[in-house]
Design a protein around this ligand. Structure first.
Ligand SMILES: Cc1cc2nc3c(=O)[nH]c(=O)nc-3n(C[C@H](O)[C@H](O)[C@H](O)COP(=O)(O)O)c2cc1C
Length: 189
């Protein structure tokens, strides 16, 4: 893994964040923790304070979790069902009954809200793997999501199995490789 390449000054919460594909299958997240996760998203910044996000939240064992599991792809179906929480992340794409964009930044803002939620999860000792491997249209249909909203991604949230302090599970090492800081700095023409 690439942990040795993380600069020592990086905030420990950011340095410790990673996206598991192995979750503790008996751990449960309580309603108060779910509320805090959504609260973290609620306080994320957004363009013009448009707050173009909504979440479908299932806790393992409840009906919503079961209904979300039905629409996972074969790949995510191997690991996501054991997460304590499955969440569908929705973005407000269009003004209702029009083809006008609701906000030029709807996807950007949803991503930021989910990033805030990810760090709140980390503060609660939880890990998050965001993913696209599910049937968007079927989730939208199942939960009556109107066409001016989009089911953009899902998050699997939970604890990693006891004793696990670093990335484990069937995660290819390449999936954690990073471009260098130099490559991220655009120097112009
Ligand atoms: C928008 C988005 C979509 C993703 N889709 C998937 C996916 O479909 N399946 C999967 O296993 N991981 C998915 N991931 C997780 C990434 O592969 C992972 O974040 C990346 O490899 C970096 O690893 P890290 O989060 O542990 O640093 C997705 C992440 C994001 C942000």
């Amino acid at each position: 893994m690439q942990d040795d390449l993380i600069a020592p000054g990086l905030h420990p919460m950011l340095a410790a964040r990673w996206s598991p594909t192995t979750f503790d299958p008996v751990h449960e997240v309580d309603a108060g923790q779910v509320e805090l996760l959504v609260e973290a998203a609620r306080w994320a910044p957004s363009a013009g304070n448009s707050q173009p996000w909504a979440f479908i939240v299932g806790r393992r064992g409840d009906g919503t979790h079961r209904r979300l599991v039905r629409h996972l792809a074969a790949s995510s179906g191997r690991w996501a069902p054991s997460a304590s929480v499955l969440m569908a992340n929705l973005s407000h794409r269009y003004v209702e009954d029009t083809d006008w964009e609701y906000s030029e930044f709807a996807l950007y803002d949803l991503g930021q809200a989910v990033a805030h939620m990810t760090l709140q999860a980390q503060a609660l000792g939880l890990f998050v793997r965001q993913f696209r491997a599910f049937d968007r249209d079927r989730v939208a249909q199942e939960f009556g999501v109107p066409v001016h909203w989009e089911v953009t991604t899902m998050s699997a949230i939970g604890r990693v199995p006891a004793g696990t302090g670093a990335p484990v599970g069937p995660i290819p090492a390449s999936s954690r490789e990073r471009r260098s800081v130099d490559e991220l700095l655009w120097t112009g023409a």
